[in-house]
Design a protein around this ligand. Structure first.
Ligand SMILES: Nc1ncnc2c1ncn2[C@@H]1O[C@H](COP(=O)(O)OP(=O)(O)OP(=O)(O)O)[C@@H](O)[C@H]1O
Length: 256
């Protein structure tokens, strides 16, 4: 499965967030979407997920315009994980993950769906939380449940909005390992908006930097995360350091 955004433009009221933005996402690859606060990463993820419709340009799945694909069929291909939101309605962790199976059953949950949820609870070490209400979980626990729900959906493309933002070091690595496994072993395509440039550099095949409105820089981490690009984009002088696991981006000081 291949996704392609072709010269898309999206506006809130009269203000364009981005324009002429093109992006290709291939199976087996992880793309990190990075850029300053408010630049449009979440909006782009929503356009790719078909939650928002681009004002011009289109998003294609294997050459087919996503607007022409039925919602239930699209839900089998695209797994969208939003930034964690606290909802007040009561639903257990188990039920929340089971909802990921909704595109596959009509009104009656099948044995097969329960087995998949059970496997995912184990994979993400969530068994102990299965009966807890989602609304009472910590931010990090909630984030893992949202990821678990998208895994239950078994999509071929994952669209993740800041999947590690609420997670401690241990859980960040756990989630990044799961994301890597999805891409490398299950051949899924992954697009994730992420602020942690070091995690992005280490775990992505490609980086897509929205540097400023209309300025997109894409390529391998070493090509995109240069001292010049970082200072121009974030207004911060950085030092690029080599570590045993690849490059590290060290913020040094604000540009004068
Ligand atoms: N529903 C909305 N109505 C109007 N403007 C919006 C809406 N949602 C977002 N925006 C604006 O659109 C721009 C892009 O927002 P978006 O959330 O996509 O950025 P982001 O790069 O994901 O930011 P962050 O890194 O802070 O999460 C921002 O200026 C934001 O204020």
């Amino acid at each position: 499965m291949k996704m392609k955004a072709d010269k898309i433009k999206f506006c809130y009221q009269d203000t364009a967030v981005f324009d002429e933005l093109s992006l290709e996402i291939e199976k087996g690859k992880i793309i990190s979407l990075v850029g300053p606060n408010g630049i449009g990463k979440s909006t782009l993820i929503k356009c790719l997920s078909n939650i928002y419709q681009a004002d011009s340009g289109f998003v294609y799945l294997d050459g087919k315009n996503t607007l022409s694909i039925e919602a239930k069929e699209l839900a089998k291909e695209l797994g969208y994980v939003p930034q964690t939101q606290r909802n007040s309605f009561s639903i257990s962790v188990y039920e929340s993950i089971l909802l990921g199976r909704k595109p596959y059953f009509n009104w009656k949950v099948r044995q097969e769906d329960k087995i998949i949820v059970q496997e995912i609870l184990e994979k993400l070490n969530l068994q102990k939380l299965a009966e807890r209400e989602v609304s009472n979980l910590s931010g990090g626990e909630m984030q893992k449940v949202a990821i678990a729900r998208s895994l239950a959906q078994k999509p071929s493309i994952f669209l993740l909005d800041e999947p590690t933002s609420n997670l401690d070091l241990n859980h960040q690595l756990e989630v990044m390992n799961i994301i890597t496994e999805l891409a490398k072993e299950e051949n899924a395509a992954v697009v994730m908006a992420i602020h942690d440039l070091n995690l992005a550099a280490r775990f992505s095949d490609y980086i897509f930097l929205i540097a400023e409105k209309g300025k997109y820089i894409s390529g391998k981490a070493e090509e995109v995360f240069t001292e010049e690009n970082m200072e121009a984009t974030y207004g911060v002088k950085v030092e690029i350091v080599e570590s045993s696991k690849g490059m590290l981006i060290m913020p040094i000081e604000l540009s004068s």
